[in-house]
Design a protein around this ligand. Structure first.
Ligand code: ATP
Length: 140
């Protein structure tokens, strides 16, 4: 029985992470899911939120938005549309994006426009909370 699962996180632009870890928790489109070593094959769409993984008694946080996670042969592959490690997050930028999205969502006249700004708001709030969680955990 393996004691670790290989976590690989990639976006269309870059490889964000490749690491053997003890646990992965991720924001599935239908809710949070957790992956331990020796997990059965699994596929899920990703929502907007914070993935976390455990290694050596520490918890690390990664912001992800959209894409898929696949588990097969003790490897968890995250193909995210956008992903940033907690330490890579520019909190000032995320706060500005939050203010902008809040204003625009309020002013939006069409449903689709409103939904677009709500999604931007969700990304900015998740980025801020990801960075904070990393700092609180001492891993960012
Ligand atoms: P913004 O309005 O600030 O661009 P956004 O949510 O619209 O935010 P995305 O479309 O999710 O941005 O991402 C575009 C690119 O910018 C991606 O490469 C993403 O990793 C990066 N990015 C966006 N916001 C941040 C941030 N606060 N810190 C670091 N990278 C960011």
């Amino acid at each position: 029985m393996a004691s670790m699962v290989t976590l690989e996180i990639v976006t269309p632009d870059r490889k964000v992470l490749s690491e053997d870890v003890e646990y992965v928790g991720a924001p599935g489109a239908l809710g949070e899911f957790g992956i331990l070593p020796n997990h059965v094959p699994f596929l899920s769409a990703l929502g907007i939120g914070n993935l976390h993984y455990k290694l050596g008694g520490k918890t690390y946080y990664v912001f992800v938005a959209g894409g898929f996670a696949e588990v097969s042969h003790n490897k968890c592959t995250v193909l995210a549309e956008v992903a940033e490690m907690a330490h890579e997050i520019d909190v000032d930028r995320a706060q500005k994006a939050q203010q902008r999205a809040e204003q625009r969502a309020q002013q939006a006249k069409e449903k689709l426009e409103h939904a677009r700004h709500q999604a931007a708001l969700k990304r900015s709030v998740a980025r801020i909370s990801c960075n904070r969680a990393g700092k609180d955990a001492g891993t960012c």
